[in-house]
Design a protein around this ligand. Structure first.
Ligand code: KIV
Length: 286
């Protein structure tokens, strides 16, 4: 059965943890969907893990729509949430609503995510008014990397922790359906989770949020450029890929691939006739 924002709310009420993973293409989305993952997040982290950028700031609406469409086709049951990229919701509420609408109409998203707290309450209200569910993202919000002076854990001082609690309450009041909490101390993640009625989904926010999210290349050991403490590697797929690619390279060089088992046959008489005809044609043109 297709999961919706109502399913997430019910999961929080019943104490059933929510699972979320990033996804950027049809094949991976389908595998995650079959594994029962609740939410597939088409994160703007695709700028880093799919396109090789240093941060997420260069990601465009076109990038998000392109990847979101593939994920949506693979998500038969999982809810598809797609990120609004940097500067697509900062200029005006009207522009934010239009861009959120494009992620739904063209990207086939079922909800959108944006980074920011109370400063974006009006934007969340506007998008929600357009009947598009909004997930807010607080804490170590990667689109603020330059303002933060790097990818740094947030909410460690009393002032910063208080601001995050106020932000969580503000986005809930504005209509957000869930909150992603990234890179904050575990006790603060637990506290915020208890302060709001909507589900919280943590990434580096401790075990007591209502759900967890990871970037899939991180949890599969495929991306070594950043290795945050909060990542657990559930498999070493990067190493498996490397071994398989090397084996392919070697077997081509050694003539071990392809074998007859990977090849198509043809009646030998047809080949003989073909060669004879080719010979005639070649002679005729000399
Ligand atoms: O873009 C992304 O992948 C995200 C997750 C890290 C939550 O926002």
């Amino acid at each position: 059965m297709k999961k919706t924002v109502m399913t997430l709310q019910k999961q929080k009420q019943q104490g059933n943890k929510i699972s979320m993973l990033t996804a950027y293409d049809y094949t991976t989305a389908k595998l995650m969907d079959e594994a029962g993952i609740d939410i597939l997040l088409v994160g703007d982290s695709l700028g880093m893990v799919m396109l090789g950028y240093e941060d997420t700031l260069q990601v465009t609406m076109a990038d998000m729509i392109h990847h979101s469409r593939g994920v949506a086709r693979g998500a038969k049951e999982a809810l598809v949430v797609t990120d609004l990229p940097f500067l697509s919701y900062h200029v005006s509420v009207a522009e934010a609503v239009l861009n959120a609408g494009r992620l739904v109409k063209e990207g086939l998203a079922e909800a959108v995510k944006l980074e920011g707290g109370m400063e974006f309450a009006e934007v969340i209200r506007g998008i929600t008014r357009a009947q598009i569910p909004v997930v807010a993202h607080l804490g170590l919000t990667p689109q603020s990397v330059n303002a933060f002076g790097g990818f740094k854990i947030q909410g460690k001082s009393l002032t910063a922790a208080e601001k995050l609690v106020k932000d969580a309450r503000a986005v809930e009041a504005a209509g957000a359906v869930a909150i992603v909490l990234e890179g904050i101390p575990a006790p603060l993640g637990a506290y915020i989770t208890n302060q709001v009625q909507i589900p919280t989904i943590g990434i580096g926010a401790g075990p007591d949020t209502d759900g967890q999210v990871l970037v899939y290349q991180d949890m599969l050991g495929m991306f070594d450029e950043l290795q945050p403490k909060f990542v657990k590697r559930f498999a070493e797929v990067g190493q498996l890929y490397r071994e398989a690619f090397s084996k392919y390279q070697e077997e081509i060089q050694q003539g071990l691939f392809p074998t007859p088992a990977h090849s198509y046959t043809i009646d030998s008489e047809i080949m003989t006739a073909l060669k004879a005809k080719e010979g005639e044609n070649f002679a005729a043109t000399e």
